[in-house]
Design a protein around this ligand. Structure first.
Ligand SMILES: NC(=O)C1=CN([C@@H]2O[C@H](COP(=O)(O)OP(=O)(O)OC[C@H]3O[C@@H](n4cnc5c(N)ncnc54)[C@H](O)[C@@H]3O)[C@@H](O)[C@H]2O)C=CC1
Ligand SMILES: O=C([O-])CC(=O)C(=O)O
Length: 283
């Protein structure tokens, strides 16, 4: 990782402090920014960019040390680590300059990585790294481990309250009215790749599951708008030669953006901490 800041610790030894920038200061970005402002060992928030720069400044009013608010193109050169939590369509505008400059990109945009697989070549060529945080899912550590052997099948079923899906691309494009739904409605049944294309802001987790395991084409996905649910629920079933497992996570929707579970920002914070921690738990 290039260009880390040096700080002297009390013992006099040089300690590397990672300079962090956030691209996308919305539901996830604000929580991550607040955590950095509260203090994460070994890193400091330097700069933020977002769709609306004035709003980003306002959102840092309570911060002890508000970061610089910069245009998207300026962010990468100022920092060592970029946290990308912008809409899928903005991913390449953030990722390419970051990785071309050899920086670390921490992201939850699994759908955008599937859509732009060449981004890993950019990272490889310039010595950058993409860290796809687990986000709103669970079990990616076990899926990755199983993928070192033979996985026979991976299936994921997502059930979200209708309010978490009203802004989904597929729902808007097809004028699907989810208000007044009285029983579960299946919106999608197919591969994780196709699901991530149709619901890019809603099943990043399915894209991540595909990337962790047998690939997005072989990962099966169902998406349901389910009025019996109050939480964004993902169930995954994996059958492999090393293990079989079934896991379910029930994510509390955020108030700002019900499609995004509260745990997502916390997963990003955990991923950031892993970059500096002397002990890293999980693969
Ligand atoms: N893997 C996972 O578990 C999850 C992934 N996500 C992904 O994270 C993304 C962010 O989620 P939220 O924070 O809930 O969305 P949000 O809509 O609350 O915030 C997005 C922010 O990005 C900003 N933005 C728009 N255009 C931009 C650009 N060109 N450059 C930089 N920032 C820009 C917006 O102004 C807004 O502040 C989602 O679009 C989704 O793709 C979301 C939830 C879970
Ligand atoms: O997958 C996503 O992008 C978001 C999600 O399901 C959740 O927050 O539960």
């Amino acid at each position: 990782m290039k260009n880390q800041m040096n700080n002297s610790s009390e013992s006099g030894e040089q300690k590397k402090v990672l300079r962090v920038g956030i691209a996308g200061f919305g539901t996830i970005g604000k929580v991550v920014g607040q955590a950095l402002d509260d203090g994460i060992d070994g890193m400091t928030l330097i700069a933020v960019t977002s769709g609306n720069l004035d709003k980003a400044s306002q959102n840092m009013q309570g911060f002890r040390q508000p970061a610089k608010v910069v245009e998207a193109g300026e962010l990468a050169e100022l920092v060592d680590v970029i946290v990308e939590c912008a809409p899928t369509r903005a991913f390449m505008d953030v990722a390419v300059p970051a990785l071309t400059q050899g920086k670390v990109l921490v992201t939850v945009s699994g759908a955008a990585i599937l859509e732009n697989p060449q981004i890993t070549d950019v990272a490889r060529k310039h010595g950058g790294q993409i860290v796809l945080a687990t986000g709103a899912l669970l079990g990616l550590d076990a899926v990755r481990a199983a993928a070192e052997g033979t996985i026979y099948s991976v299936k994921m079923v997502t059930r979200k309250p209708p309010t978490s899906l009203t802004k989904a691309k597929y729902v808007l494009e097809n004028n699907i009215d989810l208000t007044g739904l009285t029983e579960p409605l299946q919106l999608f049944n197919g591969s994780a790749r196709e699901g991530a294309e149709k619901f890019p802001s809603n099943v990043n987790v399915a894209a991540s599951l595909g990337l962790a395991g047998v690939g997005a084409d072989l990962t099966q996905l169902e998406i349901w708008a389910d009025p019996t649910k109050t939480r964004n629920t993902h169930n995954i079933k994996v059958d492999a030669d090393s293990a079989s497992f079934e896991l379910t996570i029930e994510n509390v929707p955020t108030i700002e953006n019900p499609g995004t579970g509260r745990i997502t920002a916390l997963s990003v914070i955990a991923a950031l901490k892993s970059l500096c921690a002397p002990l890293r738990v999980g693969s």
